[in-house]
Design a protein around this ligand. Structure first.
Ligand SMILES: Cc1cc2nc3c(=O)[nH]c(=O)nc-3n(C[C@H](O)[C@H](O)[C@H](O)COP(=O)(O)OP(=O)(O)OC[C@H]3O[C@@H](n4cnc5c(N)ncnc54)[C@H](O)[C@@H]3O)c2cc1C
Length: 351
């Protein structure tokens, strides 16, 4: 439970609860721990990674477990700070560069190369959170301030208390529910963040009879935004004569089918994939997943802001992709930004 606050060489060591173990929460927690703070991380899921997620599928027909990356399939790197981090991850064997072969008529990828975590997408967050206290399967439904400290609540009960600060690293619409009583202005801004939904089809087929010599397609029209050959990515399992797919519907198509039953969505996306590869596919297994808050909508002229919200007087902060331009890079930068703000406050304003 509550630990006494300690004095560190560089300032006060804070006890910080980080809610959310996606890349923003993991980056925030790691930076806070590296700065000497006592961190505890809470996540509602069974594992970490958030939208950097991989669905494990055990195959009856082969002695194999597949991992289908049904959240972000890969990500781009633009900033020098993130490139430095990613290259460190590459040297540690956690990240690999991927230059997919593009399908004809696909829009070029930014920079040409993408990055994937290895051996699966959550591996990056697992590494960042290594050795930090982590509680999974814990849906935080309240954070309560009593005197100068915070408690974390789940299912109406206090699960941990005695924190000097709370960092919310969860999608904005979910953060809004926790912020309402403390910062209604932040709650309103979070609620209004333009997050896009995505239906994802994932599964395995026999290799397409038409021959299919590409790894990634970005159709210019129709229901599909992105088609990825999951088995073409570095370190993913390859099964002879089979093709593994992860297929994203466009946000518009998803929005129009938000409440369509999953089996119907699956059939429609399977048909769209067959159109995309130019012939019928023989499915070995398939499933769909609906992300309500997948990515941040980019508005024309939007400048990414290296953002996080921090109220030093309350000891309350928010980070995540929506506050820093979206995507894995934005989420990572936002988590680091919040950790830096907390640390500056702990040091009495000194950087
Ligand atoms: C289908 C799809 C495709 C994408 N494609 C790309 C791409 O091509 N490039 C790119 O850069 N990005 C892409 N993204 C976006 C990218 O994955 C996200 O921007 C990034 O992973 C967000 O990280 P985060 O830590 O901010 O949030 P999340 O990853 O959402 O992490 C939040 C964590 O908080 C937990 N949580 C939520 N509420 C609670 C609660 N109440 N209590 C406890 N825990 C809670 C969740 O379980 C989760 O682990 C894609 C995402 C999806 C879903």
């Amino acid at each position: 439970m509550a630990q006494p606050r300690q004095q560190a060489m560089s300032g006060t060591t804070l006890r910080v609860a980080v809610v959310g173990a996606g890349i923003a929460g993991a980056a925030c927690a790691r930076a806070l721990a590296d700065a000497g703070h006592a961190v505890r991380v809470f996540d509602k899921s069974r594992g970490v990674g958030g939208r950097m997620s991989t669905r494990r599928v055990t195959l009856d027909c082969a002695d194999a477990v597949l991992g289908l990356d049904h959240g972000t399939p890969c990500f781009a790197v633009t900033g020098a700070d993130f490139l430095d981090f990613v290259e460190q991850g590459q040297r540690a064997g956690l990240l690999a560069r991927w230059t997919p072969r593009l399908a004809p008529h696909s829009a070029a990828l930014p920079g040409g190369a993408m990055w994937v975590a290895t051996p699966d997408m959550p591996a990056l967050c697992r590494a960042l959170l290594k050795d930090l206290p982590l509680r999974t399967l814990c849906t935080v439904d309240g954070v309560r301030r009593s005197g100068a400290t915070w408690s974390v609540e789940s299912a109406g009960a206090t699960v941990a208390d005695g924190f000097d600060a709370v960092a919310l690293a969860i999608p904005p619409q979910q953060a809004a529910a926790l912020l309402g009583v403390h910062r209604p202005d932040w709650a309103a801004r979070a609620q209004a963040a333009p997050m896009l939904p995505v239906w994802v089809l994932m599964g395995m087929t026999d290799a397409p009879a038409t021959g299919c010599d590409w790894d990634l397609a970005r159709p210019a029209s129709g229901p599909l935004a992105l088609v990825v050959r999951n088995d073409a990515k570095p370190t993913r399992a390859v099964l002879a004569g089979q093709a593994q797919w992860v297929v994203h519907a466009t946000p518009d198509w998803t929005g129009a089918h938000l409440d369509t039953p999953a089996d119907q969505v699956q059939a429609m996306l399977q048909a769209a994939l067959a159109d995309c590869v130019g012939g019928a596919l023989t499915w070995r297994f398939a499933g769909v997943h609906r992300w309500l808050y997948a990515t941040l909508a980019a508005a024309p002229g939007d400048e990414p802001t290296a953002g996080a919200w921090w109220n030093a007087g309350m000891g309350l902060g928010v980070c995540g992709d929506a506050l820093a331009g979206g995507g894995v890079e934005g989420a990572w930068r936002s988590g680091r930004t919040l950790a830096a703000l907390v640390t500056v406050a702990a040091n009495g304003g000194r950087t």
